[in-house]
Design a protein around this ligand. Structure first.
Ligand code: PAF
Length: 278
């Protein structure tokens, strides 16, 4: 495995090969590694698996954790090597943004200003801009995005479709700890007591799933109940939302649905989701 810091070095290393790409912000965990393994499956033994590690300033609001986001390059590279990655692209900020990024990719508000985008204005513009740029640099045949960031996966899929980018977007299942907590780099911010409580977010989603499977269709009441359960336990929920899987629009019985949630536990904001069969 090689670790490359410049676009020129990466392009030279990729010459003549098809690539499968896993973009990350580092501080890797088993969830990322499972995406790397999926990338290998998708591209085959002859292709290259490329992972990027770049903490993208554009997708952080000024009050968010850009400065404190853990930068653990050496450990990340050891993990990537173990997972079968071929090339790590870890550019400096000056390499990726040599001048202020005035050109940006603006995703459609109906998809990008709801849910995460409502609570983190500009977040998906930052994500789409860096992902479009990374796609142009890496020029992958395949890119793997985790379902843990469900809305991000939808936003990127639609960008690729509308911009006719020749990239196959492959979704990766969410990796969970034994108790059900979705793996996330931000879990590292939790105190031991918060870590014990954190499982309640996935429990709340499972509870919604069970109710829907039992035939309930009073979506707003189900959402409100889940919010209340979390709030009563000391969480500050941003949302629990039941949406259509296809476009994150308002739910309809008989279509595949997904329940998504974001909530703060202490100072850590966690997100999770669960698909509900249609
Ligand atoms: O999901 C992430 O880690 C980031 O949003 C991504 C896709 C690497 C873009 O910075």
């Amino acid at each position: 495995m090689r670790v490359l810091h410049t676009i020129a070095e990466l392009r030279a290393a990729q010459a003549g090969h098809r690539s499968a790409f896993v973009p990350t912000m580092g501080n890797l965990h088993e969830g990322h590694l499972s995406l790397v393994r999926q990338a290998r499956e998708a591209i085959g033994a002859q292709g290259l698996v490329v992972a990027s590690i770049f903490v993208n300033r554009l997708q952080f609001a000024p009050h968010e954790d850009f400065d404190t986001y853990p930068r653990t390059l050496e450990r990340d590279c050891a993990l990537l090597q173990g997972a079968g990655c071929d090339l790590v692209f870890a550019p400096s900020e000056a390499e990726l943004y040599p001048e202020p990024q005035g050109y940006k990719v603006l995703p459609p508000p109906a998809l990008a200003d709801i849910l995460e985008g409502h609570f983190r204005p500009g977040f998906f513009t930052g994500v789409c801009t860096v992902v479009a740029k990374l796609f142009n640099i890496v020029q992958p045949a395949v890119a793997v995005f985790g379902k843990k960031d469900y809305q991000q996966l939808m936003v990127i899929r639609r960008m690729v479709r509308q911009m006719a980018l020749p990239i196959d977007i492959v979704p990766g299942e969410t990796s969970r700890a034994e108790d059900g907590l979705a793996l996330s780099s931000r879990n590292g911010y939790l105190s031991p007591a918060e870590r014990a409580e954190a499982v309640q977010l996935s429990q709340a989603l499972r509870q919604v799933q069970a109710q829907v499977q039992a035939g309930r269709q009073d979506w707003a009441a189900l959402e409100a109940e889940a919010v209340q359960v979390l709030a009563a336990r000391g969480w500050a929920p941003d949302y629990v939302a039941i949406r259509r899987q296809a476009d994150l629009g308002a739910p309809q019985a008989g279509t595949p649905l997904v329940v998504l949630a974001a909530a703060r536990l202490g100072s850590t904001r966690l997100i999770d989701n669960l698909e509900l069969p249609g």
